[in-house]
Design a protein around this ligand. Sequence first.
Ligand code: SF4
Length: 189
Amino acid sequence: MNHDFSALKSACETCTGCPLHETRNHVVFGVGNPDAELLFIGEAPGENEDLQGEPFVGRAGQLLDLYLNGIGLDRKENIYIANILKCRPPKNRDPKPEETKACLPWLRELVKIMRPKIIVCVGRISAQVIISPEFRVTKEHGVFFERNGTLLMGTFHPAALLRDPRRKGDAFEDFLKLQDKIKELGIRI
Ligand code: SF4
């Protein structure tokens, strides 16, 4: 494993950069292969994630895995999954702007180390932080935006799909578009 990645992860695991460190059980740095060319970014750990120290576990995580596996991706092998916030906001409330600001440097460093070819923003909050504050997931899901040589795409959060299953087909189409892009760019998976 990349030395810079290990050092970054270890440093993050003792972070006290915002008040969320006081209530967390685990810092949820991420899961997957840090040498991958695909980076998925969610919002923040929920209750199960905080308890287990891994992003996207529970029912929402299972749905994400279903979509990933459907296009030949595996969370442990050929992608990396992280969140905007590494520590759980109490009662799963939205991240506060000051928490996002305090935590983003960890993600920026991860991106510098990984240099992913594609970043997939999982859910509105991630897309609004990474792609644009005006991002509308219902209108712009599945659209690729180019920034500094990296493609950015936003899709629905699996927890939102569990609440509104009518969007599941749209979400899987986003993954199929991702699969096409992976082939087009010759991305290593
Ligand atoms: S949420 Fe981010 S900035 Fe806040 S304590 Fe956790 S790792 Fe540090």
